[in-house]
Design a protein around this ligand. Structure first.
Ligand code: SF4
Length: 238
């Protein structure tokens, strides 16, 4: 893993992405993909707002979001949180009932098992609360760095960089980092990205990755940060 020695002018890059997101809110069809419209905000951010930054709601929806589309994450999170608004009510559900609530989220049976274990751990070890440190979150079943970072930033307003597959891909294409996996990207971004952008970079790049910097054949002709991009590894674009 190595970081790019010539770091980009962060302020105009982030400003361009924020302006693009603002335009998207005002004109939701902008940048619509052939697969149809995506939500305007990542589902976990929507849940975070709806549930007033409740750490339990954010932890649950982040776990649901793994390998699951935003629209499904949102509806499944809302249905589950209605039945299980806290660890005790979730622990009271059978694993079978939980799996039914989680369907059609990806890996719904595994997530049902993990959520039930997590609810019990929170009740027994943390007085029914979600812990607020990376170390404690990573010790929970099924919680990786992406989930832990999202909970720390969205629920506790702490500094963290949540790197999912979109952030990993776009950071490498832009030339910000040169890394093999999201864990390496997180470490590299922590070294180069100014701290004031840590929290917001995930929701900006996730949305951008869904709409513009697509995994296969990105829409470089519509890209608002094209002039800052090294387009590393991009063989085909639109
Ligand atoms: S120029 Fe293309 S590869 Fe670079 S960020 Fe924009 S869409 Fe992605």
């Amino acid at each position: 893993m190595k970081t790019n020695p010539t770091t980009p002018p962060w302020d105009p890059v982030v400003a361009a992405l924020e302006a693009w997101r603002k335009a998207l809110r005002e004109e939701p069809g902008l940048g619509e993909t052939p697969e149809g419209p995506e939500s305007e905000e990542p589902a976990v951010s929507t849940v975070a707002e709806q549930y007033k930054r409740d750490p339990w709601a954010i932890l649950v929806s982040t776990i649901i979001s793994l390998r699951t589309k935003d629209a499904v994450t949102l509806t499944v999170s809302q249905a589950l949180l209605q039945k299980a608004p806290n660890p005790a009510s979730l622990a009271a559900l059978s694993e079978e009932a939980l799996a039914r609530l989680l369907y059609p989220a990806g890996f719904y049976r595994t997530k049902a098992g993990n959520l039930k274990k997590i609810a019990t751990i929170l009740m027994e070890k943390y007085h029914h609360q979600v812990p607020a440190t990376m170390e404690e979150l990573l010790a929970l079943p099924g919680v990786g760095r992406k989930t832990a970072n999202l909970v720390l930033t969205e629920a506790f307003d702490l500094d963290g960089i949540c790197v999912d597959i979109h952030v990993h891909r776009i950071s490498n294409r832009l030339g910000w980092v040169s890394s093999a996996n999201p864990e390496q990207t997180e470490a590299a971004l922590r070294a180069v990205l100014p701290r004031q952008y840590w929290k917001g970079i995930n929701s900006l790049l996730v949305l951008y990755g869904q709409r513009i910097c697509r995994p296969v054949s990105p829409f470089c002709s519509r890209c608002v940060i094209h002039s800052y991009c090294e387009r590393r590894g991009v063989a085909r674009s639109r």
